[in-house]
Design a protein around this ligand. Structure first.
Ligand code: FAD
Length: 303
């Protein structure tokens, strides 16, 4: 698609054109965003959505930690909430109010200093709070649906609604949010406790990850969801799929549900995933489903 840039709304935030998305994804792959838009604040985002032409597709990018963006990139406008207005943190007694653009890692200080029990799990999940709501992110026995009181969400026409857990219909790595809804901010419920046990729990969680999950690699975390009654890594290991390689891309020897990109294309990564799905199905009869979200278009051969 070719967007007539003269017709872009006159926003206060920033546009970037033909912006490589590999810069924004943990897998470090992905072709360009035709246009990238960094709104200055909520009003700016609303103005953009209301003034843009109806046929202009939009995609909302969080921290890029759960995405495989294809090599041909994303047509239309990729929106990223990264201005300070989308990254605020406010703690009032046992409630934490945050902008959806904030990185989960950045919540560690407030959660530990204020003794916000129950929110420790969030501090070790890569990505943004908006992405965590969208996918009901979780670990160490807690997920977003356990701690979220509400999320304020803007639709594609700029209308805002406050959604409860019931509205969001959370499931395993699932919410009812669609690609046409943007989480603006959230309210999380904690239970106040002493700072020390909270700090210790955060440190224990981090330590567990260091010991059991690969560090410092280009990955998107768990590649496949755990099918009901199974663990994805066990299925991959027991079916021999952990040994498959495509180019230099392979599953991590330390955790065979973590993809490890060693300088490959998005196509290689997707091919590896598809081969693993096929092999696991052949050997076990169980169908793995991608947890990583695949977006964008394939690169035209010759382009
Ligand atoms: C090393 C590693 C470890 C991981 N461990 C875990 C784990 O323990 N548990 C877990 O659940 N996940 C884990 N993940 C996956 C990932 O961190 C989560 O899925 C995370 O919540 C994704 O957030 P993000 O901001 O990076 O979203 P992105 O990857 O940018 O996007 C994911 C989806 O969320 C949407 N989205 C992003 N922001 C918004 C917004 N503001 N409003 C609406 N939609 C939005 C996007 O459109 C897309 O559909 C891990 C990933 C890595 C790399």
């Amino acid at each position: 698609m070719v967007i007539n840039t003269d017709k872009l709304p006159n926003v206060r935030g920033e546009y970037k054109f033909n912006e490589p998305l590999s810069k924004y994804t943990w897998l470090n792959v992905g072709g360009p965003a035709e246009i990238m838009f960094f709104p200055q604040d909520e009003e700016d985002l609303k103005f953009f959505l209301q003034k843009k032409s109806d046929d202009m597709p939009v995609f909302i990018l969080g921290g890029g930690s759960n995405l495989l963006v294809r090599d041909g990139g994303i047509d239309g406008v990729v929106i990223k909430l990264q201005s300070p207005e989308f990254s605020y943190i406010r703690c009032e007694e046992d409630k934490l109010y945050c902008g959806a653009g904030i990185k989960n890692f950045a919540l560690q200080k407030v959660i530990s200093e204020k003794g916000l029990g129950g929110l420790e799990f969030l501090c070790s999940i890569p990505g943004s709070l908006g992405g965590a709501v969208r996918g009901n992110a979780g670990c160490f026995g807690t997920e977003m649906s356990d701690v979220l009181l509400w999320a304020r969400v803007m639709d594609i026409n700029g209308n805002i609604t406050q959604m409860s857990c019931d509205d969001l219909k959370f499931g395993y790595r699932f919410s009812a949010l669609t690609d046409k809804q943007i989480v603006l901010d959230v309210c999380l419920q904690a239970h106040i406790t002493d700072a020390n046990p909270v700090k210790e729990k955060i440190a224990d969680n981090m330590q567990y990850r260091k010991l059991h999950q690969p560090q410092g690699i280009k990955t998107a975390g768990s590649t496949f969801k755990n099918p009901q009654g199974y663990r994805a890594w066990e299925l991959i290991k027991n079916s021999g799929a952990a040994e498959i390689t495509v180019g230099k891309v392979k599953m991590s020897p330390q955790h065979c549900n973590f993809l490890q990109n060693n300088g490959n294309s998005a196509k290689d990564i997707e091919d590896l995933g598809q081969q693993i799905i096929k092999k696991v199905a052949e050997k076990t009869g169980v169908n793995l489903e991608w947890e990583v979200k695949i977006v964008g278009k394939e690169q035209n051969i010759g382009s």
